[in-house]
Ligand binder design. Structure first.
Ligand code: ZN
Length: 219
């Protein structure tokens, strides 16, 4: 589950620095209009266009999280993405969706995978989800919740493993993330966390095998 400890503090330092630098560069170079229109998306603070309801994983259903549970960003341009973080909800699918829609929850992941393999996306991969209780890992990670309980082996179904593996394979492909246990990690492996998910019954060998074959099949 996403850690409740909030990291919603505004990153004034780095952001301000980047914007200042870009303004200075534009000021001195006086870029031609066509150059600017070509480069506009590279300028910090200028967001890529977004289509309401769009998802990053084909087949995912979009249900928006409360904007209090993530920070709008422009990844991977402002923050490189190099981790997939695996979570378990410690509850049912519907209650996880509800929690992420609740502005007081102060945590959410990008995706929730249901017991039957259905994938719901609640935060765009562009944005920083408050999922890990660690600002750096939030900024570099894409978070996937799985319906179930860490102490119940039966939570993790074949359908869930299969569709989550396709999702992770897609994320790794989009951002060039190596498919290994250094880059695909459990919430428990995030530095400083007191969370234990996905727990002892999550079958990492099986999961990573499925991610690798999903990635091979796709490309
Ligand atoms: Zn978690």
């Amino acid at each position: 589950m996403g850690a409740r400890r909030s990291d919603s503090d505004r990153r004034i330092g780095r952001r301000a620095l980047l914007v200042g630098g870009a303004a200075a560069a534009v000021g001195t170079a006086v870029l031609a209009r066509d150059e600017l229109s070509h480069l506009w998306w590279r300028l910090p603070g200028v967001e890529k266009p977004r289509t309401p309801g769009a998802v990053d994983f084909r087949g995912a259903q979009w249900v928006a999280a409360s904007s209090a549970n993530y920070r709008r960003a422009d990844r991977p341009d402002d923050y490189a993405i190099d981790r997939v973080i695996i979570h378990v909800t410690q509850g049912g699918f519907a209650s996880a969706v509800k929690a992420f829609q609740d502005p007081d929850h102060q945590a959410a992941a990008h995706y929730i995978v249901r017991r039957d393999g259905h994938v719901t996306q609640m935060i765009r991969e562009l944005d920083v989800a408050f999922q890990a209780g660690n600002r750096e890992y939030n900024e570099r990670g894409v978070g996937i919740e799985h319906e179930g309980f860490v102490e119940r082996r039966s939570s993790f179904t074949d359908a869930m493993y299969a569709s989550s593996a396709r999702l992770t394979a897609g994320i790794c492909g989009r951002y060039g993330i190596p498919v290994d246990r250094e880059h695909v990690i459990g919430h428990v492996e995030v530095p400083g966390t007191d969370h234990t998910d996905p727990g002892p019954y999550w079958d990492w060998d099986r999961y990573m095998g499925l991610v690798r074959s999903a990635k091979t099949t796709k490309s």
